[in-house]
Design a protein around this ligand. Structure first.
Ligand code: SAM
Ligand code: SF4
Length: 326
């Protein structure tokens, strides 16, 4: 599919739940958020029909996300059905890693190709400070398990936050010297308000680059294959790679190739815009004559050229990341 700005849209981020077993301060409030009820969430059958339609239209990669996708019952079976689609899209998943130690082998056997693990600190006390829950040792065991299971190249997503964990950038970067992992540093995004961190806590991509540069020479890695948002580097003695994702300061909208579908069946054309297209009514026969393909094409046609963060009239969206599907 081509959008109005000539971009090829071949990547779908599919959220399977808005629930989560952590409460990261930049994503969710302490009390959680009123979860969607059972009838509001798309069933696996419905999610599969969305994926089928998207694959028929040329989507080549589907990332399963949430909320925390590993907390939804039956996720392994769902992954195996996605992997069995006739177009064989690549199936990947983003997780906080808490359930990985247990599930990595079965996820791999189900046909998952790779995994991204979100981790913002390597210190136990801080883990609790950021996520409001315990669990660092579980996540670390999950990383090893994913590696052993062959869910590789393993990617770790870290969001540096000023005054909270920016002093750990070097420790995370060091992981790429010892492991063939890709550690990606993502700028904190002001996706919604009412969270503990504000735009002032953003640690910019330029500051991240500076911190990485202090640890060693950064050798740029030219892009191969479809462009992604990360600018990639490695240290001369590194086994793995470093990625910097300037989500806010240097938007990569010109290379955006994605659509998002929320767990309650709305297509989002841009992370930072509230525009949504209702798929659920069509899935449930409540919009007769409207096909999923038509709605997906409409969404592609309506993708905005770029986000407006940092501009005077920018307004936060009303959904938080865990409701959008980060
Ligand atoms: N629960 C899974 C996880 O944490 O990986 C998947 C969903 S989570 C919403 C997806 C990603 O969004 C995580 O890597 C998380 O760090 C990131 N995220 C959430 N809120 C964010 C924010 N305000 N700015 C930057 N990244 C954010
Ligand atoms: Fe949960 Fe992921 Fe949001 Fe953290 S970032 S609260 S793990 S959905």
């Amino acid at each position: 599919m081509r959008d109005s700005f000539g971009r090829t849209i071949d990547y779908l981020r599919l959220s399977v739940t808005d629930r989560c077993n952590l409460r990261c301060r930049y994503c969710m409030p302490e009390e959680g958020v009123a979860p969607l009820n059972h009838g509001e969430i798309l069933s696996y059958e419905e999610l599969l029909r969305v994926a089928e339609a998207a694959a028929r239209l040329g989507v080549r990669k589907i990332r399963v996300t949430g909320g925390e996708p590993l907390v939804r019952k039956g996720i392994v079976g769902f992954i195996s059905r996605l992997a069995a689609l006739p177009e064989s899209p690549e199936i990947t998943l983003t997780t906080n890693g808490l359930g990985l130690a247990e599930m990595a082998p079965e996820l791999k056997a189900a046909g998952l190709s790779r995994i991204n693990v979100s981790l913002d600190t390597l210190r136990e006390d801080r883990f609790k400070g950021i996520t409001r829950r315990d669990g660092l040792s579980k996540v670390l065991a999950g990383l090893e398990a994913a590696d052993r299971a062959g869910l590789t190249p393993l990617k770790i997503n870290m969001v540096p936050i000023r005054g909270v964990n920016e002093d750990e950038i070097a420790d995370f970067a060091h992981l790429t010297r010892e492991h063939p992992w890709e550690v990606r540093f993502i700028e904190f995004m002001p996706v919604s308000d009412g969270l503990d961190y504000t735009p002032e806590n953003r640690f910019s991509a330029a500051a991240i680059m500076e911190a990485l540069g202090r640890e060693g020479e950064l050798i740029p890695i030219p892009r191969q294959g479809p462009a992604g948002p990360a600018r990639l580097f490695r240290y001369p003695d590194g086994l793995g790679r470093l990625g910097v994702i300037p989500a806010v300061s240097d938007h990569f909208c010109g290379e955006c190739n994605r659509l998002r579908v929320t767990a309650d069946g709305r297509i989002r054309t841009c992370l930072f815009s509230d525009a949504e297209i209702d798929l659920r009514s069509a899935l449930r026969g409540e919009s007769p004559g409207v096909s999923l393909e038509e709605l997906l094409r409409t969404a592609v046609g309506e993708k905005p050229e770029r986000h407006r963060i940092g501009e005077e009239d920018f307004q936060h969206g009303s959904r938080r990341m865990q409701k959008i599907g980060g």
